[in-house]
Design a protein around this ligand. Structure first.
Ligand code: GTP
Ligand code: MG
Ligand code: ZN
Length: 250
C-alpha cells in the first residue's frame, strides 16, 4: 500500500479534531507493514486547548512509537520531527490533517498545495491528489500523499504485533499458547483488562483488525490456490499437446 523503499512513515493526526484511536492504530498498521519506522506527528498544536493531554492519548494508542507535537503555524516541533526522520520519509493520514502544510514547513518552501477543512467536522477536501516527492534541505526525501479514505487493512498479521505490542507481550504470558483471551483460565490479557492495565476497547479494536487481517489473508490464499490450479491445468494441457505431437512424430 505504501511506497516501497521508504525509511520513515510520518502518521499525521490533527489535534484540532477529536482523537480516534482506531484511526491511529490502522495508520500505524499500514506504516509497520511497509517495513519503515513509524513516527506520529500530532499536527495543528496551535488549535488545541490541551495538546499535552491530546498527545498523551495519542501515545497510549501508539505504543512504542515516538509522538512529536507540531504546528506548522508556530513551527513548534518541526526540528524535533526532522531529527527523527532519515532517508526517505512519507507523510500519511486523513485528508485535512495538515500533511502538505507540514511538508511545506519541513521543506522551508510553500510548494505543495494546501486546502481548507470543513468547519463542521474538520475533514479535508482531498486537496492533494498525487503523491509528491521532494528533496529535503537537510538531506533525504519527503513524500506527501493524498489523504487516506476508509482504511481497510490487508494481510498485516506481523504489523499488528507491532501496533499492539502491549497486548502481544501480555499474550506471551497466558497459560495456553493458543489462548483467545476470552474465557481461558490464566489469561494474562483478560487479567490486565480486569486490573485496568489494558483498556477493553483497545483489545476490541485489536480483535477487529486481527479478524480483518486474517480474513484478507484467507482470501488471498483462496485466490492463490485458484491461480495455482489454473496454472497447473494450463501446464497439463500443454503437456498433453506435446505428447500428442511427439506421438504423431513417431
Ligand atoms: N492552525 C493551523 N492550521 C493548519 C496547520 N497545519 C495545517 N493547517 C490547516 O489545515 C488545512 C488542511 O491542511 P493540508 O495541509 O491541506 O492538509 P492535508 O493533510 O495535506 O490534506 P489532503 O491533501 O486533503 O490530504 C489547511 O487549511 C491548513 O492551513 C497548523 O499547524 N496550524
Ligand atoms: Mg495535502
Ligand atoms: Zn489470553
Amino acid at each position: 500500500m505504501l511506497a516501497a523503499n521508504v525509511d520513515s512513515v510520518v502518521v499525521t493526526i490533527s489535534a484540532s479534531i477529536p482523537l480516534k484511536n482506531a484511526r491511529i492504530e490502522r495508520l500505524l498498521a499500514v506504516a509497520w507493514d511497509s517495513g519503515a519506522k513509524p513516527v506520529v506527528a500530532v499536527t495543528k498544536a496551535d488549535l488545541s486547548d490541551d495538546v499535552q493531554a491530546f498527545s498523551a492519548d495519542v501515545s497510549a494508542a501508539a505504543v512504542g512509537v515516538d509522538v512529536v507535537v507540531t504546528s506548522a503555524t508556530t513551527t513548534e516541533g518541526l526540528d524535533a520531527l526532522t531529527s527523527t526522520l532519515d532517508g526517505t520519509a512519507v507523510l500519511i493520514g486523513p485528508s485535512g490533517a495538515g500533511k502538505s502544510t507540514l511538508a511545506n514547513a519541513l521543506l522551508g518552501e510553500d510548494i505543495l498545495a494546501t486546502g481548507p477543512v470543513r468547519s463542521a467536522d474538520g475533514k479535508g477536501r482531498h486537496t492533494t491528489v498525487h503523491r509528491e516527492l521532494r528533496p529535503m534541505p537537510g538531506g533525504g526525501v519527503l513524500i506527501d500523499t493524498p489523504g487516506l479514505r476508509a482504511l481497510g487493512v490487508a494481510d498485516i498479521g506481523a504489523a499488528l504485533e507491532n501496533v499492539f505490542r502491549d497486548i502481544d507481550h501480555l499474550a506471551g504470558q497466558c497459560s495456553f499458547r493458543d489462548c483467545t483471551h476470552r474465557t481461558e483460565a490464566g489469561c494474562a490479557v483478560a487479567d490486565a483488562v480486569v486490573a485496568g492495565r489494558l483498556a477493553a476497547d483497545r483489545l476490541e479494536r485489536y480483535r477487529k483488525l486481527k479478524w480483518e487481517s486474517d480474513w484478507q489473508a484467507a482470501r488471498s490464499n483462496v485466490r492463490a490456490a485458484k491461480e495455482r490450479k489454473r496454472r497447473d491445468k494450463a501446464i497439463a494441457r500443454d503437456q498433453r499437446a506435446m505428447y500428442r505431437f511427439r506421438d504423431r512424430q513417431r
